[in-house]
Write a protein that binds this ligand. Structure first.
Ligand SMILES: Cc1cc2nc3c(=O)[nH]c(=O)nc-3n(C[C@H](O)[C@H](O)[C@H](O)COP(=O)(O)OP(=O)(O)OC[C@H]3O[C@@H](n4cnc5c(N)ncnc54)[C@H](O)[C@@H]3O)c2cc1C
Length: 413
């Protein structure tokens, strides 16, 4: 079926329901620190720098939350993108657990930042349900929960009746049960980023709208070259995720852009309190019901040619959107007639080992970058911002983020 493009506009639900035109100022010629990218990483880095009294300029080319953060599913979970068992197998227990702990720290920092700065970002922590749709799925869910709980992390295996008691619509026949992760958070991504940028500005950060073209070096210091002028600085933090390789050549072949697509339904009665996920396809599907009752649902990349990998196009496609249309009717037959009111896409950044990068850039003195969150950046973004702010001040990558370094063994080409 040809998808109705009049629903698109290429703006997400989060972007359409937030005023993202945060006040900006002209680019200064000098700043102690420059942060590039107005997503979760850039806004959090600027926030932590400004809060500690440092002079910082946040440069974004469009408006805050224009990138993946403003187009995502609004989940803040814990754990690595590949899942608990998958990351243990790939990285070894020590590194995998270290990364898991970083995401738990991120959850605490997110709660603190939102509370301390009074950000009304519809933050709630109802947990997530990952639905099993076959016996094999459920056996894998059981193994994952067993591994997590053995290491002291929360998780519960639910049978079909328990899932039905949490979901306010009849379950489709395929649903066997679920893995439940208590405490995982849901958020309004636009309101979150706007709130963090406003807090950074209140603490003294400057927001400048400009496109960074490249970073040069002058007398041992980075110069950020933009379409609105140049900024001489001591340190630069790049929060560019999918676009990282355009400015930091060392990330070429390390962070690859991948498109994710989403639809949004009209508001309906409360059905889902938890964040929801399943694996109808190998690339997964996820959805949440927002506080106005509409459902934001994404995934189904497997329906796309080449899984929508390695492209910079944020247009939607019929193949993925048609596949997204089938998810709710298949799993919850009573929701089959929910009207679709919006469709959009965004760009994620993927690394070969499914672990993000937070590190100094080789051959670019004074420049750090974070990205490559593999579709799961919200469990890392605020923590990354905190450690990147520390790196920018101390001119040294904090040891805490060593498992996210460019030199980790699983990233060697
Ligand atoms: C469809 C979709 C669904 C997702 N769902 C989830 C989810 O539910 N939970 C989760 O954890 N993760 C999810 N993710 C991933 C998550 O959103 C990202 O990992 C995270 O938002 C990355 O944040 P960031 O700050 O690094 O990058 P971004 O949010 O992409 O920000 C980068 C910013 O840099 C700006 N920029 C780019 N180039 C330049 C330049 N040259 N000069 C100046 N500015 C520039 C862009 O405009 C953009 O605002 C999803 C992603 C997508 C696309």
């Amino acid at each position: 079926m040809t998808i109705d493009r009049s629903l698109v506009g290429n703006r997400s639900y989060w972007q359409e329901t937030t005023d993202l035109n945060a006040p900006s100022v002209p680019l200064p010629a000098r700043a102690a620190h420059v942060v590039v990218g107005g997503g979760i990483v850039g806004s959090a880095t600027a926030y932590y720098l400004a809060k500690q009294g440092h002079d910082v300029v946040l440069i974004e080319r469009m408006h805050p939350a224009h990138g993946a953060t403003g187009r995502n599913g609004g989940f803040i979970g814990t754990g690595a993108a590949e899942g608990y068992i998958g990351s243990m197998q790939r990285l070894g227990k020590k590194a995998a657990q270290h990364i898991h702990e970083l995401t738990i720290l991120n959850a605490r920092l997110a709660r603190e930042l939102i509370t301390v700065e009074g950000i009304d970002a519809h933050f709630r922590e109802p947990g997530t349900l990952n639905l099993s749709i076959s016996a094999q799925d459920h056996a894998e869910a059981a193994a994952s929960i067993a591994a997590r709980t053995a290491d002291g992390y929360a998780g519960e295996l639910l049978d079909r009746a328990a899932v039905q008691s949490m979901v306010n619509t009849p379950l489709g026949e395929e649903i066997v049960g679920a893995a439940y992760f208590p405490g995982h958070a849901l958020i309004h991504s636009g309101r979150l980023v706007r709130g963090i940028v406003d807090a950074a500005v209140r603490h003294g950060a400057k927001l400048c709208i400009a496109t960074v073209e490249r970073i040069e070096q002058r007398d041992g210091h980075p110069v950020v070259v933009t379409d609105k002028g140049n900024v001489l600085t001591q340190s630069v933090v790049l929060g560019l995720n999918a676009w990282s390789r355009q400015i930091a050549p060392a990330l070429n072949g390390i962070i690859t852009p991948v498109r994710g697509q989403i639809l949004n339904t009209a508001p309906t009665k409360p059905v889902f309190a938890q964040g929801m996920g399943t694996d109808l396809t190998p690339t997964g599907e996820y959805w949440q019901q927002t506080l106005d009752g509409s459902i934001v649902l994404g995934g189904m990349r497997a329906a796309a040619t080449n899984r929508d990998e390695n492209l910079y196009d944020i247009g939607i496609t019929d193949e993925v959107q048609n596949a997204l249309d089938t998810v709710l009717p298949r799993l919850f037959p009573a929701l089959k007639d929910l009207p679709i009111t919006r469709r959009w896409a965004g760009l994620m950044g993927f690394t070969p080992d499914y672990v993000p990068v937070v590190d100094a850039m080789p051959d670019m003195p004074g420049v750090w970058a974070a990205g490559g969150f593999c579709g799961s950046g919200m469990p890392f973004g605020i923590m990354a911002g905190k450690y990147l702010a520390q790196a920018a001040v101390e001119m040294k990558t904090p040891a805490e983020v060593a498992p996210l370094s460019l030199n980790r063994p699983t990233l060697k080409k």
